[in-house]
Design a protein around this ligand. Structure first.
Ligand code: FCB
Length: 468
């Protein structure tokens, strides 16, 4: 075996092992202690917007049970946790007066994590824009970049002494595509003209928050994007062109401005008159040096031409041979290493530290076995495949520093309400009882053995086994 492909025995020392969550999906008590409503509060309370009319009013009741949840993380042997701060808990009107009781919640959470040896990793924006700011135009109002930077500064000052890793935005593509183009997510707009303007303001907000961090912070700040390798469904010219557009729209729309200072040329072409003028000064603002990139990876997109699917005129083709999750996503484990390597070699990241900031799968939970154990073999397989992929990427020289499973708990899956379960820990939403599933036990074994448990039961020399 050549030097380059020699298997790394295990994940490197100092690797972060965590789970990821977001505020609206788990906290509950959205208006407690002086918090203001967010767009998700309004959206979920609007009839017809979410499955079953489900809201995040209670969710996992994490706002009141966070200590138990942190204890659970420690029991699983995790050394990191990625959560998001709710903007409208800290600034109920989105700007102006700070709500000390909102800040105090995150203070207590951070302290509880540190007491148990778990590194906090904070995402500033995971989709729950203060409703008051949406009333003022939300992500369509260019002023939002400075509103976001001001909020970020409050968070940096309150928590920055104890939080070494910050992410500005979670998945700007989903904010724009789900929230402003297709309307399945808050605030539920459907507009081809709005979507690229929102994307641009998200990136400007990211840039200003990074600048604010440089003035305040001593550690690291980055961006979290969702990436999906786009593979052509056939070798036809049409499918190949659709694949390039889909890739530009979902993957390169955010990475190229942040890492290289320009939007992919395909975007102006595919949005046509809906594409906004982009001043050079904005591109300079967006291209702030970042300290790491967070990659959320769930699936790939086998892509075919579809004139009706705007803006990329591309649709995802179902693969009959593949396993699909409960959210209709193809399970495609090789895509994780492929994505990380693509980001490094062609996405512009180079040697920038990378984290897998989300990876996981929704499957319906099989019945509890008689001894009370929760068996979720499909999810175990998902994690085994993808964690091997993470190790494979490291073996191929990717500067991967940590991995966060989505998610710690079954939670509020946005417009799907409570119908999609992503947790490695089962939540009984009637009683709030938490029960680790087999996937939690498996993940804990992988963490404890620094990855060796991924190959249990296999001959060490078996092809594909990344263990010496
Ligand atoms: C990601 C989101 C996260 C969760 C997972 C399943 O796109 O960041 O909040 O919904 O998908």
């Amino acid at each position: 075996m050549s030097e380059q492909t020699a298997p790394a025995p295990t994940f490197p020392p100092g690797f972060l092992w965590g789970t990821a969550t977001s505020a609206y999906q788990i906290e509950g008590s959205p208006l407690a202690d002086g918090a203001g409503p967010s767009i998700w509060h309004r959206f979920a309370h609007t009839p017809g917007r979410t499955h079953n009319g489900d809201t995040g009013d209670v969710a996992c009741d994490h706002y009141r049970r966070f200590k138990d949840d942190v204890a659970l993380m420690q029991q699983l042997g995790l050394n990191a946790y990625r959560f998001s701060v709710s903007w409208s808990r800290i600034l109920p009107a989105g700007k102006g007066a700070v709500n000390p009781r909102g800040v105090a919640f995150y203070d207590r959470l951070v302290d509880a994590l540190l007491e148990r040896g778990i590194q906090p990793t904070v995402t500033l924006y995971h989709w729950d824009l203060p409703q008051a700011l949406d009333d003022a135009g939300g992500w369509l109002n260019p002023e939002i970049a400075s509103w976001f930077a001001d909020y970020a500064q409050v968070a940096f000052r309150a928590l920055g002494d104890r939080v070494p890793l910050w992410a500005t935005l979670n998945e700007p593509w989903v904010v724009a595509d789900g929230g402003y183009l297709h309307g399945a997510l808050a605030p539920g707009h459907r507009s081809l003209v709005e979507a690229p303007r929102v994307s641009h303001n998200l990136l400007r907000a990211h840039g200003m928050a990074v600048q604010a961090y440089r003035a305040e912070g001593k550690h690291q700040i980055g961006l979290v994007v969702n990436l999906e390798p786009k593979h052509p469904a056939s070798s036809s010219t049409q499918d190949l062109a659709a694949t390039r557009r889909a890739d530009a729209y979902m993957n390169r729309q955010y990475l190229e401005p942040v890492l290289s200072g320009a939007y992919p040329a395909e975007l102006a072409e595919m949005f046509g008159e809906a594409w906004p003028a982009v001043p050079d000064a904005d591109l300079r603002l967006i291209r702030q040096p970042i300290d790491f990139l967070g990659v959320n990876y769930y699936t790939r997109g086998v892509t075919r031409h579809d004139d009706t699917a705007l803006p990329a005129r591309a649709a995802t083709a179902r693969q009959p041979q593949s396993v699909y999750t409960d959210t209709g996503w193809e399970v495609y484990a090789p895509g994780l290493a492929e994505t990380l390597i693509w980001v490094r070699d062609r996405g512009g990241a180079g040697d920038l530290p990378l984290y897998v900031t989300e990876n996981g799968a929704a499957f319906p939970d099989p019945a509890q076995s008689t001894n009370g154990a929760m068996e979720d073999p499909l999810r175990v397989d998902y994690y085994r495949g993808h964690l091997r992929g993470a190790l494979d990427a490291i073996r191929r020289g990717v500067n991967l520093r940590g991995y966060f499973a989505w998610s710690l708990l079954d939670n509020y899956e946005w417009s799907h309400g409570y119908s999609k379960r992503f947790g490695i820990v089962h939540v009984d939403f009637e009683t709030q009882r938490r029960t680790p599933k087999a996937s939690a036990r498996f993940y804990a074994d992988v963490v404890r053995t620094h990855g060796a448990a991924l190959f249990d039961g296999e001959a060490l020399s078996a092809p594909g086994a990344a263990r010496a």
